[in-house]
Every structure is written in C-alpha cells, then in structure tokens.
Ligand binder design. Structure first.
Ligand SMILES: CC(C)(COP(=O)(O)OP(=O)(O)OC[C@H]1O[C@@H](n2cnc3c(N)ncnc32)[C@H](O)[C@@H]1OP(=O)(O)O)[C@@H](O)C(=O)NCCC(=O)NCCS
Length: 154
C-alpha cells in the first residue's frame, strides 16, 4: 500500500468516498446533508482547488484500489489566532473494510511531512462530538480539544 497524491482521474473515486463520509455524518445527525445532497458542491470545490499550492489530496492505494483519502489545506487562521498560517486537516476517510490497520495514520503522517516542509506549526480540524472513532483516531495522532462548537435547535 502506498500513500500518494491524487491525480485528476482519482476524483470520481474520491467523490464516492466523500459521499460515504457525508452519509456517515448524516446518520449521526440529519443537520448534516446526505452524500447525494453534497456531491455536486464537493465536486465543484475539489475542481476549483485541485493543484493549488495550499491544497493537497492524498490517497491510499493498493494495486489499483483506492482504500482511503485525505484532504489538507494551508490556511490563514481566524483573525484572533496568533500564527499567520496554520494547517487544516479537512477530510480523512478510510473505507470501512480497511479501517484500523493504520491507513488513516499513514495518510496523516504524509500530511504532517508536507506541513513541516511548509513551516506550519499548528494543525486544526473539526470533528463531530458524537464521532467517537474519529475523536479517538485524532487523539492518537496527537490532537487535543481546544474549543467547543455549540448549537441550539429551535
Ligand atoms: C477516522 C478514520 C479515518 C481512522 O482511520 P483508520 O485507518 O481506521 O485509523 P488508524 O488505523 O490509523 O487508527 C487510529 C486510531 O483510531 C481509533 N480507531 C480507529 N478505528 C476504531 C474503531 N473501530 N473503534 C475504536 N477506535 C478506533 C483507535 O484509537 C486507533 O488506534 P489503535 O488501533 O491503535 O487503537 C476512519 O475510522 C474513518 O474513515 N472514519 C469515518 C470517517 C471519519 O469519521 N473521519 C474523521 C472525521 S471527519
């Protein structure tokens, strides 16, 4: 298995995995849109950013099969944050069958190399508070909670 940069021909497969990830969140809470609902906007967003210097898509590939993917960005943080630029882990997804074999970790480690090469000192991400597996994985990779996002439903 290797972790490599996605090529344009991989986009359809990435869109499919992103739909699965959206459905996973939609099942947690239908405040989130389903995979079908986000597909068009996600494709537009990927195509707009593909190949940009501050945007990276990695895939885990074995033979000709894509087992998972990640998207990371280098961004300007919110104005009240001290560093001028931060890393952002935007998506991380491993197909269900291949989970818990360290693929998520390997994708993350590759992003870490990229962030370090760009002199990034801080990485942020968002994860749903009810996504216990996602939270455990991110804690394992070294992330800690530093903010809480809250919502009120009326
Ligand atoms: C989160 C995710 C990317 C992790 O990928 P993975 O390849 O399975 O992760 P790893 O093999 O690197 O595991 C890292 C740690 O995650 C946690 N973890 C992963 N799967 C788990 C499970 N089924 N149950 C409990 N903890 C789990 C464990 O702490 C694990 O470390 P350990 O195996 O040493 O105990 C994967 O579970 C996934 O795609 N989930 C659905 C999408 C998602 O929630 N993405 C992140 C939020 S946007």
């Amino acid at each position: 298995m290797k972790i490599i940069e996605a090529k344009k021909k991989d986009i359809n497969c990435i869109i499919k995995m992103n739909k699965e990830m959206a459905d996973y969140h939609w099942k947690i809470d239908n405040y989130y849109k389903s995979g079908r609902e986000i597909e068009f906007g996600f494709k537009k967003w990927i195509l707009k950013n593909f190949g940009k210097r501050n945007f990276k898509i990695l895939i885990a590939k074995e033979k000709n099969k894509i087992l998972g993917y990640g998207i990371a960005e280098i961004k300007k943080p919110k104005p009240y944050i001290r560093p001028k630029k931060i890393g952002h882990l935007t998506n991380l997804y491993v197909k269900e069958k291949y989970r818990r074999h360290g693929i998520g970790r390997q994708i993350f480690d590759k992003f870490l190399e990229w962030f370090k090469s760009r002199e990034i000192k801080h990485i942020e991400l968002s994860v749903d508070s009810r996504n216990q597996i996602g939270i455990s994985a991110y804690q394992k990779y070294g992330f800690f909670e530093y903010q809480k996002k809250m919502r009120m439903d009326l």
